[in-house]
Design a protein. Structure first.
Length: 299
């Protein structure tokens, strides 16, 4: 028996069956490997080209009263590669048991540089020979011409001549003598009124404060008869008698309520002393605030 569905099956087989395109596998991109991070090179601090010329002595100490009294400091002076004059201040608090740290570093003009060194002389934190060496380098660097020859201090014969002059002052008594860094000092008392007087001698420096103005200090030329103190007038008159010339200047502090004053006497032709001689005369109480090298009242 014939299969009745054979015709239908054969026709179905003849129909074209769409062929499916072979599917191509899409490869997923491989995960990118992270490149190792290289740390940036550390920036090196610029080399310090500071050249030290001199330094002051350590100033201060430990006194258990207030914090400001537990303090030490010193200054360093010199130059750098750019030819600038520099002052650096170092300080520490000893109770912290730490080493000195840099407080500041400043570029200075020649006048500022010189004034700081003169203040170190006044405080006794620098020797006169060290000052002379340092300021000579600064003058060469800045091409500043000096106005006076170097002063290294009084010789024994010059100190003897100054002592002989003070001994001859019969209006003063109880004389005591002291030679400090480049100066000769006489502390005395008036024969009447028991007034304490101080007389100090030195010679001008190559770059002396005598040739510049000090902030807060007025200068007034005076004649011998204009000196108010009878005892200071006596010293001025004796200097005028034994010297060829004498010039008196009254230095007064304008920033002080007490207006401390010192008479500065510039004389030439003093016996056994060559060149110019400077004498500062004042009440003994005024000298702790007066700098005989810086010629100011900032001490």
């Amino acid at each position: 028996m014939k299969n009745p569905f054979k015709r239908f099956r054969s026709s179905r087989e003849k129909e074209e069956i769409p062929q499916q395109e072979p599917q191509t596998e899409i490869e997923e991109p491989a995960p990118q490997q992270e490149e190792p991070t290289v740390p940036p090179p550390e920036e090196k601090a610029p080399a310090d080209d500071f050249v030290e010329w001199c330094r002051s002595q350590v100033h201060g100490g430990i006194e258990r009263r207030e914090r400001n009294d537990i303090f030490e400091e010193y200054s360093v002076y010199g130059t750098n590669g750019k030819g600038r004059l520099i002052c650096r201040r170092w300080h520490r608090y000893p109770e912290h048991e730490r080493d000195f740290g840099l407080a500041y570093s400043r570029d200075l003009s020649f006048d500022e540089f010189n004034r700081r060194l003169l203040s170190e002389l006044d405080k006794g934190d620098m020797k006169l020979s060290v000052y002379n060496e340092c300021i000579e380098k600064a003058a060469l660097l800045t091409q500043i011409a000096s106005q006076e020859p170097p002063f290294e201090g009084f010789s024994e014969s010059e100190a003897a001549a100054l002592k002989a002059f003070c001994e001859a002052l019969d209006t003063l008594t109880d004389k005591e003598y002291l030679r400090t860094e480049g100066t000769f000092c006489c502390s005395c008392r008036s024969v009447v009124g028991d007034e304490r007087l101080s007389i100090r001698f030195r010679k001008p420096l190559p770059h002396d404060a005598l040739f510049t103005e000090a902030p807060g200090v007025s200068r007034k030329p005076v004649e011998g008869y204009e000196i108010e103190s009878l005892w200071i007038m006596g010293v001025a008159n004796r200097l005028g008698e034994c010297c060829q010339s004498r010039k008196n200047t009254l230095l007064t502090s304008e920033w002080s309520l007490n207006r401390e004053s010192v008479y500065l006497m510039r004389v030439e032709g003093f016996p056994d002393i060559d060149g110019v001689l400077l004498a500062a005369v004042a009440d003994e109480a005024a000298f702790p605030h007066f700098g005989f090298y810086s010629l100011d009242f900032s001490q």
